[in-house]
Design a protein. Structure first.
Length: 247
């Protein structure tokens, strides 16, 4: 899968994707990540990519012409690639978006900087995304996070195919608690069920813990989660325990 990033600071992308799982995926040719300097598509001696805003105001605004030229060239290489704009005004990025985007042959990220970007750039993109209700100095960090989230869903990237299936948000719920050796650490013990070898009991315990953790930490996720009848009965029990003061 191809990830192309339009940025004024391509050097920011060298280190984050050089190591770990994504770095190994790049080495194996499963994903290709290229940060393009937007100034390569700017005109004039000084390769200007921004200008003062019409109507006055602070800061500088990203010009539409370099972005349009860059997208024309990149789309010529990968005509089916989706174009994504990083902006605080975009739709909050969720795991479901990562799954959907992982099905594309390529993604092109536009990273804004300074005061913002010319409004006409919006007409050139397929989707707009935000990481949350906060402001970063540019879209680079947001695009890195999204690339990491999408790349790990590309077939073959994760060593264990089932790893992504049990992640938080993979089925709309938070992940269950995880434990490893030792069985006891400073008086804190691993739950007995995980040591029992009873796979059915372990599966039931994990599902209950998913529901409990989501109920306590992110209850709004339960509204859209895909829940079975057994899940709903478990939730009813958990709600009763919560009302009784039991956790």
């Amino acid at each position: 899968m191809f990830f192309d990033v339009l940025t004024l600071f391509p050097g920011m992308f060298a280190s984050p994707f050089a190591d770990s799982i994504v770095g190994k995926a790049v080495e194996r040719g499963l994903v290709n990540i290229t940060a393009h300097n937007l100034r390569d598509w700017a005109e004039g001696k000084h390769k200007v990519t921004d200008d003062v805003p019409y109507g006055g105001g602070d800061g500088m605004v990203l010009k539409p012409e370099p972005v349009a030229r860059a997208l024309k060239d990149l789309k010529a290489l990968r005509p089916k690639a989706r174009v994504l704009l990083m902006t605080p005004q975009g739709e909050p990025f969720r795991q479901q978006h990562a799954r959907e985007l992982a099905c594309n042959e390529g993604l092109i990220f536009i990273c804004g900087r300074y005061e913002g970007f010319d409004e006409r750039i919006r007409s050139m993109v397929d989707s707009e995304f935000s990481l949350g209700d906060f402001v970063l100095t540019g879209g680079e960090l947001a695009s890195m996070a999204m690339i990491d989230a999408v790349a790990r869903l590309v077939p073959g990237v994760l060593g264990n195919r089932d790893s992504a299936l049990s992640d938080s948000y993979s089925d709309g719920l938070l992940e269950y608690p995880q434990y490893t050796r030792p069985a006891e650490f400073e008086g804190l013990k691993v739950p007995d069920v995980l040591l029992s070898g009873n796979h059915a009991a372990i599966a039931r315990w994990r599902r209950r813990q998913q529901l409990l953790r989501t109920l306590l930490r992110r209850p709004e996720l339960l509204e859209d989660a895909c829940l079975s009848e057994e899940d709903r009965r478990t939730l009813d029990d958990l709600l009763q325990d919560q009302a009784a003061g039991n956790h």
